[in-house]
Ligand binder design. Sequence first.
Ligand code: NAI
Ligand code: MG
Length: 487
Amino acid sequence: MTKSSIAVGADWGYAPAPESADHFRLRDHYGLFIGGKFVPAASGKRFKTINPANEKAIAEVADGGEKDVDKAVKAARTAYDKVWRKLSGRERGKYLYRIARIIQERARELAVVESMDGGKPIRESRDVDIPLAAAHFFYHAGWADKLAYAFPGKAVHPVGVAGQIIPWNFPLLMVAWKVAPALACGNTVVLKPAETTPLTALLFAEICQEAGLPEGVFNLVTGAGATGAALVNHPGLNKVAFTGSTEVGKAIQKSLAGRGTKLTLELGGKAAHIIFEDATIDQAVEGIINGIYFNQGHVCCAGSRLLVQESVEEEVVAKLKARMETLIVGDPLDKNTDIGAINSKAQCDRIRDYLKIGEEEGAELFQTRCSVPEKGYWIRPSFFTKVAQSHRIVQEEIFGPVLAIQTFRTLNEALEKANNTPYGLSGGVWTDKGAKIFKVTRGIRAGVIWANTFNKFDPTSPFGGYKESGYGREGGRHGLRPYVELS
Ligand code: NAI
Ligand code: MG
């Protein structure tokens, strides 16, 4: 094997291995989940959620408006005052454990629905999203009766009613990230999932029913941006938590100004992924793949800016190309698929625009040669070389399978480039030297930095950003803080 080749296997022909979707039945249409019951929107309006891999409608979902949001917030307030805040932590914990176990029991169904509604490969929804969602509930179930130990010397109180808005890239996992800490700390919730991926949140509402969660503790209002805005603007909330674009995050912060509502924002990112010449290159290449092509690159902490030490650039790029050519793009329900469908037409158009912008800016585009299905939204794994720090493809979040590759000579140059961004969510470093790891992790202003790995998640580990990536942490003991008042 020459230095510029990587042993990624021969031309394997894979027979189709689709996961079946006939072990469960979805309803034709879903209502809002308010006060423990599924109810239609006051307006009677519904919208379709489609499968981005074949552009077919899967189900109709209620389009919630101001009246529905008001009803949901009131249901959450009543449940908070009358039931949830009065329960002991131990009792709250029991419900969270039950929810966690039902997620595990229904894992196969949840994984298939997640892949159908959002386009991600079944391998990821089955092995990452759903198990992690259950893990978040188990973890927070453990905290529910131990909050006094999380904040020693303080009396711990819940905040009240939380309004939570989540995006489409990790639909059920984001439900878990938001709902588990809120409930563990004694708050009640009104959640709005993303308009392209509401189905697993609706199944989660069923799970709350199945777990016997007291009515009104968890409420779900489906709809698009206007529904989210109605939730944010409702005066009955004590806390808002948002994950999504920096643009909407800024708008939410403005509309909450002066209201005393607590706010946490988890927004965009443009993470630097730094490869030093002393790294184990073959493993680093796997890390790069996992960093940017995981979940079609729809990942706020994706390693979307690769910084390679100049001396190994040629080797890294050659090996990366070879490895990328083995990635299978296609049917999200096929167990061999590495890269599924782009979540929506709008997102696909946005990524295509960036591919054009990159070429117009003078960067060189590489895309793999794999075939993609005719119907649906697809982007082949891509990267740009010959990019400048000022290029939009280096500065802006693309949120797709598109990597920008730059080089550096010294550690300080790498840090300077890494920090030259409005974002500060995550970063990564590959090196053989422990001292370098510490220098880099201290030198990058980002909330999460991985060393010799990338995109690893765990409920015990706090996650969140600096600068335009937002503020507040989710996960770990830090993630409890936004959901409690201390005295
Ligand atoms: P978005 O920020 O519009 O959507 C996220 C959530 O916010 C959805 O539930 C949406 O319905 C809701 N929302 C939209 N407008 C709102 C408003 N005015 N008030 C309250 N809630 C509102 O993101 P979008 O348009 O889907 O994606 C655009 C870009 O945003 C992506 O290309 C990506 O760069 C970035 N993004 C980043 C995410 C992250 O996790 N960092 C997640 C989703 C998108
Ligand atoms: Mg959908």
